[in-house]
Design a protein around this ligand. Structure first.
Ligand code: ZN
Length: 498
């Protein structure tokens, strides 16, 4: 094929891949939000088949040849070049996996995910354990087809955050351990903040009404999105004009649903602000988990937990729940949504203890893929680590090893990006604050100005740049976790007067 024929073939390939993606993501949305419980296993098995089809289409030797021929063209336009190079990199290991093993792996994960839901509801790890062990075994098998690396886990880490290795994460988590573990002990010993009013009764229907206030404040366009309920909140970007979010409402924890919605709106804002020319292309699909999480955490924590954010929004919440909040001044409310206390559930964790939940999972995953743990004792080892780092021990499977969905989906290597993304966000915030008066914009409901900054600096490029390149482009320097540590120490020293 000549150059133009190759470019045409690539466009056709992108259209096909994005069609598969659209079908699978729509099914995923349906399974997670509206489909009846009993229909899930049937749908999940078919989804596994479809994933296998998409996989086989991607690693088809004809396609691989086309990609390699394109990559070899010297004067290829930079965009296609980038897209093709990124695909080839991601396919380098995948193409070595036999398609039938891939489909089997996908189906096993779907089934494990279904059993996990049941096991969690019944608080019974023993039900899930054989499925988890199978997923671990198949994950090892899957990556065993990839080219050899000293650390098998490095393949998983790289899958979620390009170019990150165990060595990089070790340095990052060592810093977290060294600086935060002793600091959290001081916070625990300090005078505690009253959060009791957040745990009174909050009608979920009224909570949903408040989400309208938040969505309109953030200028989330409901003509290009929607909000639904799911057990685990997530964002589903089908195209830049269809980015949906889910949330959940906890009757006795009003902050949980609000912050979770703001978090997903951060993901949605990112996807909704991609340059339209990337819609349906691989560039739109390869935003790394760390970069994505930096955008959700930035909105949730660095903006959404600030006093300035709540100046225009708190009156609407008070108006919906006068009996719970009319006697609570704004400052007390803001202090309460920022309060820190070691807890068992990662998704409900405060900003300060959150990275320790991730550290625990990172250490466990690393040990699993180094064959350094007795897999029959995973639940106990999980509990031991909580005791070691957070001083508390889960008293049930549901609040321990069963709490997260990720392992049931075979998403090993994903967790570390949550802490990493949060740390990226601290560095992005520093750059944003040097350009904008963020607090005044928030207090005056000028979110579009902040969104424009994010769009110009980060969102418009989607996955065009690697995380390392993005950090340098936006902040002028390489990733520096010290900004994150400094931010946490400064914020919580003030909050707890220590
Ligand atoms: Zn997220």
């Amino acid at each position: 094929m000549n150059k133009q024929e190759l470019i045409d073939a690539y466009e056709e390939f992108e259209m096909k891949y994005s069609a598969y993606y659209l079908a699978m993501a729509t099914m995923e949305w349906d399974i997670s939000t509206t489909s009846p419980k009993n229909g899930k296993p049937y749908a999940a098995m078919r989804m596994g088949v479809l994933q296998g089809e998409a996989f086989a289409a991607m690693i088809d030797p004809k396609n691989l040849k086309m990609l390699n021929d394109l990559a070899a063209i010297e004067d290829l336009d930079p965009l296609t070049k980038r897209s093709v190079t990124a695909r080839l990199k991601d396919l380098a290991g995948m193409q070595l996996v036999p398609p039938d093993r891939y489909t089997y792996f996908e189906q096993t994960k779907h089934l494990a995910n279904h059993i996990w839901e049941q096991a969690k509801a019944e608080n019974n790890y023993k039900l899930f354990e054989p499925h988890l062990l199978k997923v671990i075994e198949l994950t090892k098998e899957y990556y065993s087809y990839y080219p050899k690396k000293d650390e098998l886990y490095d393949w998983m880490l790289d899958d979620y955050e390009r170019d990150m290795t165990t060595k990089d994460y070790d340095a990052f988590f060592d810093l977290i351990k060294e600086k935060l573990v002793p600091f959290i002990k001081k916070v625990v010993a300090a005078k505690q903040i009253d959060t009791s009013f957040l745990h009174k009764e909050y009608d979920p229907i009224k909570q949903r009404q408040f989400m309208d206030t938040i969505m309109s404040y953030i200028h989330y366009n409901l003509d290009a999105g929607m909000i639904a309920v799911s057990v685990h909140p997530f964002t589903c970007g089908l195209s830049i004009n269809d980015v949906r979010i889910t949330t959940r409402y906890n009757t006795h924890d009003v902050a949980s649903g609000i912050l979770s919605t703001i978090h997903e709106l951060g993901h949605a804002t990112c996807m909704g602000q991609f340059d339209p020319k990337y819609d349906g292309s691989y560039i739109a699909h390869c935003v790394t988990s760390g970069i994505h999480e930096s955008q959700s955490r930035l909105l949730e924590n660095y903006l959404g937990r600030s006093k300035s954010f709540w100046i225009p929004n708190y009156p609407a919440l008070q108006a919906l729940f006068p009996e719970n909040l009319n006697s609570v001044p704004l400052d007390d409310f803001v202090a309460a949504i920022n309060a820190s206390m070691p807890s068992l559930i990662r998704t409900e964790a405060d900003e300060l203890t959150y990275p320790l939940h991730i550290l625990i999972r990172y250490e466990l995953e690393k040990a699993i893929f180094r064959d350094q743990v007795d897999l029959s004792k995973l639940d106990q080892i999980w509990a031991d680590k909580y005791e070691e780092y957070l001083g508390i021990r889960p008293d049930s499977d549901a609040t321990g090893i069963l709490q997260d969905v990720h392992w049931s989906q075979g998403s090993f290597g994903y967790f570390p990006t949550y802490a990493l993304g949060t740390a990226y966000a601290a560095q992005f915030m520093k750059a944003m604050r040097s350009d904008l008066d963020v607090d005044s914009l928030l207090a005056n409901s000028q979110m579009p100005v902040i969104k424009d900054w994010l769009k110009e600096k980060i969102h418009q490029y989607a996955g065009l740049y690697t995380p390392k390149e993005t950090l340098v482009r936006v902040t002028g320097e390489a990733f520096n976790p010290q900004y994150y540590i400094d931010y946490l120490l400064d914020k919580f020293s003030k909050l707890y007067h220590i």
